[in-house]
Structures are given as structure tokens and as C-alpha cells.
Design a protein around this ligand. Structure first.
Ligand code: NAD
Length: 448
């Protein structure tokens, strides 16, 4: 446990929280762990996508037990997860079946259990569109009503999405890796890439650049992608050189002291990749800064520095790494992951510059993803909420306690939660996930 984690779970911290009438937050299940109770497979209509995917995952699955008297589905025990195949949902009346499936699960789900709804939003007709959108409201509300660190997720699929396309997503959503992703919805499309197994080192033999890797979330991204097999190129500014070297050594990667706003930053990175001769699978644009002020006090320097580091520099680096003539550029089938922020998606007082840059990241990945589809390069972003880092550790205690509890899981997330989501997006098996912005915020009330 890091010093930071000790601080936010410290006895004095807990004592003050209790005095204020706040309960201890639930301890979240993390890592490559599965629900301990039964995984229940519920269906609306006769779609088989979820059944096929659960089969590939190799987890034991149970069907709901139907009460003979009332015909209502039930589970008869504390369950680990309910995964509902709603891919055939096209009418408002079918939502009643979902209510009946969810009701006993909300009551009987274990701590850190999972509710996952898999559905399509591309069925024809007005009613189908309305029913699909209703699922979004259901997912967000169920996430708020669940207790004990249990979460709810909605996964949109297309008519031609296969079990292979859905495999890493369902695996991620069920595992503890998604601990702080709650009440979110994102899309899994379809691809020609076929996988039939969830592997524990999906990045083995692949090189991934992580910017801002000297500390905080970036250092944890380096650790998690290294755990998942990648060779890490860790990048940070020269003043952070010592910490950067320590992280690179720890993960067996290499350190590059580089200010990403330098005009030749992309070329420098490509040169290092080319020297190693192993290609480049992915880049994680994690480096970021804040220069907070109310807009009336925001001068050009604060504006430009934030937009430069958080957005423009990434775009320039991408352009170089995506140029087919660049030696050491991104491989076809590669991955780009940006780091946005819930502040960018929802807006946050005193952060116009930061919100502009982070909303810009979301815009960038959406636009780039369609342009790069023909090269099978996926482009996604994560949007962290309140994460326990040195940056947020500087916020005064009471304010920090309010921020960290302003979400459905009653606690701040950890850098590892952001890192795990990024590693899922970097996974070669996540080929069908592109143009998505996934919030890692415990369903932060800000813009939730
Ligand atoms: N901590 C949170 O709660 C939170 C919430 C939402 C989003 N984020 C985002 O997550 C990312 C990481 O946040 P963190 O909390 O770990 O921040 P941090 O300040 O602890 O780490 C950021 C790292 O980026 C590096 N960096 C800054 N400018 C750079 C440049 N020009 N070139 C190279 N490296 C540079 C810094 O030296 C530092 O090591 C940032 O993009 C941040 O905006 C964080």
C-alpha cells in the first residue's frame, strides 16, 4: 500500500469521516478476479451473443430459476453477476422482463458484484430506439442503487458483433479490473480479428509508450501494461528524470526524458522505437497539467500551456507516429489511448482551459477512430473522475472527502483503476472497441 493509499484509508481520516456520519466506503474487488458467486445469464428474446461470449470466457454460468407460482425469475442465493442479453429488445413492453430480471439481482448481488446489460441501439423503428435509450436510464439508475461496491455496465453491440469481438469487454466488465467503472455505457462494434480466449499477458512482445509516466496515474499505467506483458517506453519531463528512471527500472522498460510539447517530440519517440526494432503497438497520452483559475482570471499563458500539453502536443505526436513514412511509427492494428477527464465532459468551475483540453481529447479520439479504421488502429480515451494521486492529495481534507464521496462507490478511485481500463483498450483482443470515451469515475455525480 502506498503512502497515499495509507493516507486516505488512515485511522484519523476514517475517524473524521465517521464523526461526520459517513460510513466506511466498501472495499472494491480489483485485479484479474472474478465474481465469487454464480454468474447468471438472463435473456430478453432469444439472442445468443452473451451465451456464446460467456462460453468463450469459460466461466460456469447459471440460468435464472423461475418461481413456479409467480413465473418471476429468481436466483435463490447470493449471486456474483447478472449478465443480460438484451440484443433482441425492440419494444417498450419487453423492458418489464428486464425489470423482473434485475429486481432480485439488485437485492441479492454480492459485494463488488456486476450487472451487465448487452444491447443494440441499431434496431429499426421509433419504438426500438426508445426502448434502447431506456436501457441507458436503467443502467445509470441501477448503478446508483447498488450497494457494497457492485457496479452496472451497459455494452452496446452491433448486429454483426460476435462473441470474439465482445470477449475482452465482457471479461473486463466482470473482472475486478473494472472496479471503478460504474454506470457507464460504451460500444463494441465488429471486426475481422478473431480471438477465442482471454489471455493474462495480451501485450507480450509489444511496445507501448506511456507519457507522464514518472508518477501518479502514468506510473501505474506503466506497471499495469508491463504486468500485461508490454515493453514500456516511459516518458516524462527532464526534472522528473529520477522518478522516471525508477519507474522504468521497476517495470524493465526504458526511460525517455522528453517534454512532449517540444516540436520534435514525435520524431524523438519514433527514433527510440526504431532503434529497438520491435515496432510500436500503442501510445498512452497520459501527461497532463492543470492551471486552474476562473475564466475571468485566465490569461493567455494559463490557457496555452494547458491546451498545449493536454491536447495539441498529443495531436502532433500522433501525426508523426501515424505517418506511414515514419520509421518507428505506430503499427497497423495499433492502439492510441488518450486521457480525458470528467471535468472535461461535464465542465468544472475554474477549469475552462482544462475542460477545453480534455473535451478536446474526446473529440480527437472520436474523429481519429473513423479515419484510422482501415488500418485497424483503435483510438479511445478514458475519463478519470476523482483519483487518489499526489495532485488530488493536495486538496484540503474536507473538500477532498466531499470529492471522493461524490460518486456511487463512495470513494476515490486508484491510479490502478485507470490503468486497468487503459490496458483493456490496449489489448489486441479489443479490436472492436474504438472511438469510445470510458469514464473511470465510480459514477461521479458530476455529469453522470
Ligand atoms: N488525478 C485525477 O484525479 C485525475 C482526474 C482526471 C484526469 N486526470 C488526468 O490523468 C493524467 C495523469 O494525472 P495524475 O493525477 O497522475 O497527474 P500528475 O501531475 O501526478 O502526473 C502527470 C505527469 O505528467 C508529466 N508531464 C507534465 N507535463 C509534461 C510534458 N510537457 N511532457 C512530458 N510529461 C509531462 C508530469 O511531470 C507528471 O509526471 C493527466 O492527464 C490528468 O489530467 C487525473
Amino acid at each position: 500500500m502506498s503512502i497515499l493509499e495509507k493516507t486516505f484509508t488512515s485511522a484519523p481520516g476514517r475517524a473524521i469521516s465517521r464523526k461526520a456520519g459517513l460510513k466506511d466506503p466498501p472495499r472494491l474487488r480489483r485485479g484479474r478476479t472474478w465474481p465469487s458467486g454464480a454468474i447468471i445469464h438472463g435473456t430478453i428474446g432469444d439472442g445468443s451473443l452473451v451465451a456464446d461470449t460467456l462460453h468463450l470466457l469459460g466461466r460456469a454460468v447459471e440460468e435464472p430459476v423461475v418461481d413456479a407460482g409467480t413465473d418471476a425469475p429468481g436466483y435463490g442465493q447470493k449471486i456474483g453477476a447478472l449478465v443480460v442479453d438484451a440484443t433482441e429488445l425492440t419494444s417498450i413492453s419487453q423492458l418489464e422482463r428486464l425489470r423482473a430480471l434485475l429486481r432480485p439481482a439488485v437485492r441479492g448481488i454480492e459485494r463488488s458484484g456486476r450487472i451487465i446489460i448487452v444491447a443494440r441501439e441499431d434496431h429499426d423503428g421509433w419504438e426500438a430506439a426508445a426502448a434502447a435509450r431506456a436501457l441507458d436510464g436503467i443502467n445509470r439508475t441501477v448503478a446508483k442503487e447498488l450497494r457494497g461496491g457492485a457496479t452496472s455496465t451497459l455494452v452496446w453491440v452491433a448486429g454483426d458483433t460476435t462473441a470474439s469481438d465482445l470477449l475482452t469487454t465482457l471479461g473486463f466488465a466482470l473482472q475486478g479490473r473494472s472496479a471503478f467503472v460504474d454506470g457507464q455505457a460504451w460500444k463494441v462494434a465488429s471486426t475481422a480479428t478473431k480471438i477465442d480466449d482471454l489471455v493474462t499477458a495480451p501485450l507480450a512482445g509489444r511496445t507501448v509508450i506511456v507519457t507522464g509516466a514518472a508518477r501518479g496515474i502514468g506510473a501505474q499505467i506503466a506497471r499495469v501494461v508491463a504486468r500485461d506483458g508490454a515493453e514500456v517506453i516511459a516518458v516524462d519531463i527532464p526534472p522528473a528524470g529520477e522518478q522516471l528512471a525508477a519507474v522504468a527500472n521497476e517495470v524493465g522498460g526504458i526511460a525517455i526524458q522528453l517534454d512532449i510539447t517540444q516540436a520534435d517530440a514525435g520524431a524523438v519517440l519514433a527514433q527510440h522505437v526504431a532503434q529497438r526494432g520491435r515496432g510500436l503497438h500503442g501510445i498512452v497520452h497520459n501527461a497532463g497539467i492543470t492551471r486552474d483559475k476562473m475564466l475571468v482570471n485566465t490569461d493567455t499563458a494559463r490557457w496555452e500551456s494547458v491546451l498545449e500539453v493536454n491536447l495539441a502536443a498529443q495531436m502532433r505526436i500522433n501525426e508523426v507516429l501515424l505517418d506511414p513514412d515514419t520509421d518507428g511509427g505506430l503499427d497497423d492494428g495499433g492502439r492510441i489511448v488518450g486521457v480525458a477527464s470528467t471535468s472535461g465532459l461535464a465542465g468544472n468551475k475554474g477549469q475552462t482551459n482544462y475542460a477545453a483540453s480534455k473535451a478536446g481529447v474526446a473529440g480527437l479520439v472520436i474523429a481519429m477512430s473513423s479515419d484510422l479504421a482501415s488500418r485497424e488502429i483503435t483510438v479511445n480515451a478514458v475519463a478519470p473522475g476523482f483519483i487518489e494521486t499526489e495532485m488530488t492529495g493536495k486538496i484540503p481534507f474536507v473538500q477532498r472527502e466531499i470529492f471522493r464521496r461524490s460518486n456511487s462507490l463512495d470513494q476515490g478511485g486508484r491510479p490502478v483503476d485507470v490503468a486497468e481500463t487503459i490496458s483493456y483498450l490496449l489489448d489486441p483482443g479489443s479490436q472492436a472497441v474504438t472511438g469510445q470515451v470510458i469514464r473511470v469515475c465510480g459514477q461521479n455525480l458530476v455529469g453522470a
